[in-house]
Design a protein around this ligand. Structure first.
Ligand code: URA
Ligand code: SF4
Length: 250
């Protein structure tokens, strides 16, 4: 896809055009792929849960099939986020997808509809997918670090992310994506289990278990920080190139 069309699909035309420097960015072919274990920062401190809030029983979740997982998440009360949700939002898309995108947690519209990324941030995510030739549901699965909406759309807390992590882990095991894209810090931290700064973690290839993982900005952040859209474009190029290499390593 040529750059102009890509920018158009992203809905970023004017912003991108203002930033001519973007043209000098390394193109995808030149992107350096760094293999590594992620940033060398200390692991997150152990989560202390409130009395009465148990971590999801990872053992049983680890063997669930899709219908059981769906039912378990719909009925889940493993963290305090169950209290204000209208419904839990498991994820959407192709359950045999090569691509898995992981966001933070449902917002008001997602809580209402039961599908991830259907609000403003979702529109940008759809545009980002279109920019690299992808469509929601076709070889793409979209999930979140937490399945229930945090009140007032606050960032989910470490213990909520930890409580919900077995469900995300099981989704990944069932899907077996070729590439995982962590959208924003909560997703990256849930998957990498280390403190993450997006600016430092993006542009490198991380791993979730043995699955390659790329970290990029959350679309909601990009809506507020237009200047970083240029970096998001670089990340999209990096993702596409990485997937090409994974599909055809020769
Ligand atoms: N933001 C997210 O992280 N996930 C959603 O599903 C919607 C908005
Ligand atoms: Fe359960 Fe996750 Fe919802 Fe917490 S956010 S109640 S762990 S499904």
């Amino acid at each position: 896809m040529d750059r102009t069309r890509l920018l158009h699909e992203l809905g970023l035309g004017p912003v991108w055009k203002l930033r001519q420097r973007a043209a000098a960015m390394p193109n995808a072919g030149e992107t350096v792929i760094e293999r590594g274990d992620g940033p060398s920062v200390p692991p997150l401190p152990a989560c202390s849960l409130e009395p009465g809030l148990a971590v999801a029983p990872a053992g049983s979740v680890a063997t669930m099939d899709w219908p059981t997982l769906e039912a378990a998440v719909a009925a889940c009360r493993q963290c305090r986020l169950f209290a204000a949700r209208k419904q839990a939002v498991l994820g959407v898309g192709d359950r045999q997808a090569d691509w898995l995108f992981v966001g933070e947690g449902p917002g008001a519209e997602e809580d209402e509809k039961g599908e991830p990324f259907v609000g403003q941030a979702g529109k940008l995510l759809d545009n980002m997918l279109a920019a690299i030739g992808l469509r929601r549901g076709e070889n793409v699965y979209i999930a979140n670090a937490v399945k229930c909406r945090p009140p007032q759309n606050r960032t989910p807390e470490a213990e909520e992310i930890a409580a919900c992590r077995p469900y995300l882990a099981r989704q990944i095991e069932l899907i077996q994506p070729r590439l995982i894209v962590a959208l924003g810090r909560p997703a990256a931290q849930s998957l990498l289990q280390v403190e993450v700064k997006i600016a430092a973690a993006r542009g490198r290839l991380h791993q979730y278990q043995s699955i390659p993982l790329i970290v990029t900005y959350h679309p909601a952040y990009l809506l507020r920080n237009l200047a970083d859209k240029a970096k998001a474009w670089e990340d999209l190029c990096f993702m596409t190139q990485t997937m090409k290499n994974l599909q055809d390593p020769s």
